[in-house]
Write a protein that binds this ligand. Structure first.
Ligand code: PLP
Length: 284
């Protein structure tokens, strides 16, 4: 298996493929990442993912170790080197680089990055049965718009959800529903979609963006506005969106069953249309 390692395509067992203990990603989580879907060897919605990766680097002041064109070329190379033609995921991570441990970073550090391709099983079980979510107070920082490596609150929330018999956390802050632990949240009310606006409280999901685009094509109105916690009671359907999961119905929020615990009709329509449109946004 081959990895993209700081611009080179290397065997995963190559001794160059190793991280210094003084890498700031390792010590501080000082870095950013992307997860991209691959369908039959082709990359999905690459432009939007690259826009977000460059945005995340800019916001935390990492000097990109590649140009956009170089990275695209290298991502193609790593897929090619693995002769990867199946369904998979592409993980890209960029950390600020190495230096003696100090909160203050040195200017012009050489950022460290890698990308790997992994095969991926479609989450058919979730598509058939949906997921249950547990409301939890959002204890994350106030720059959730940056796809940062610091995922400890997400890890803790997911664990708490699982321990309580739920699949995923659903975060709220100041009485407003924000997003799930690793996905965006939508509700359906009166045949329209409502989802949190893109600001520092949520990650601007690529799947969220695609779903909004597709909903508009289908003539389904979309409102990007804050959702009050007590609106959940009146929602007709709810679903979450994330790159690996696409669209997954939420069948239960805390004790309350949504849409009788089944896949709602608007969610289903969007799910089908999403699948149908995948070939239009592939890059290889
Ligand atoms: N929100 C959070 C906190 C996430 O971690 C993710 C993805 O991992 C998303 C939303 C969904 O984003 P995307 O659709 O780009 O995968």
């Amino acid at each position: 298996k081959y990895v993209l390692w700081n611009g080179k395509i290397l065997d995963q067992d190559d001794k160059e493929v190793s991280v210094s203990y003084e890498d700031r990603g390792y010590q501080f989580g000082d870095g950013v990442y992307e997860v991209i879907r691959i369908y039959q060897g082709a990359i999905h919605l690459l432009d939007w993912h690259l826009d977000r990766l460059f945005y995340s680097m800019k916001e935390i002041d990492i000097v990109p170790p590649f140009t956009r064109e170089q990275l695209i070329e290298q991502l193609r190379d790593v897929i090619k080197a693995n002769q990867f033609q199946a369904d998979g995921k592409l993980y890209i991570q960029v950390t600020r680089g190495e230096q003696p441990r100090d909160h203050l970073y040195e200017p012009n550090l050489q950022a460290v990055y890698y990308a790997i391709v992994t095969p991926f099983e479609k989450p058919v079980d979730m598509w058939e049965n949906g997921v249950t979510v547990m409301l939890q107070e959002d204890i994350r920082w106030l720059r959730c718009d940056i796809k940062s490596l610091n995922l400890l609150p997400n890890v803790m929330a997911r664990t708490t959800a699982q321990k309580n018999g739920y699949d995923e956390p659903l975060f709220y802050r100041d009485g407003i529903v924000r997003e799930c632990g690793a996905s965006n949240f939508f509700l359906v009310k009166d045949q329209a979609l409502v989802t949190h606006p893109t600001d520092h409280h949520i990650l601007g999901g690529i799947t969220r963006k695609q779903v909004i685009r597709l909903a508009k094509e289908l003539g389904i109105p979309v409102y990007e506005r804050e959702i009050d916690l007590n609106e959940l009671e009146k929602a007709h359907e709810c679903f979450l969106t994330a790159t690996p999961l696409e669209i997954v119905p939420i069948t239960q929020i805390d004790e309350k069953k949504m849409n009788g615990g089944a896949f709602g009709p608007i969610t289903k329509k969007l799910f089908r249309y999403y699948q149908e449109k995948i070939p239009e946004d592939l890059f290889s």
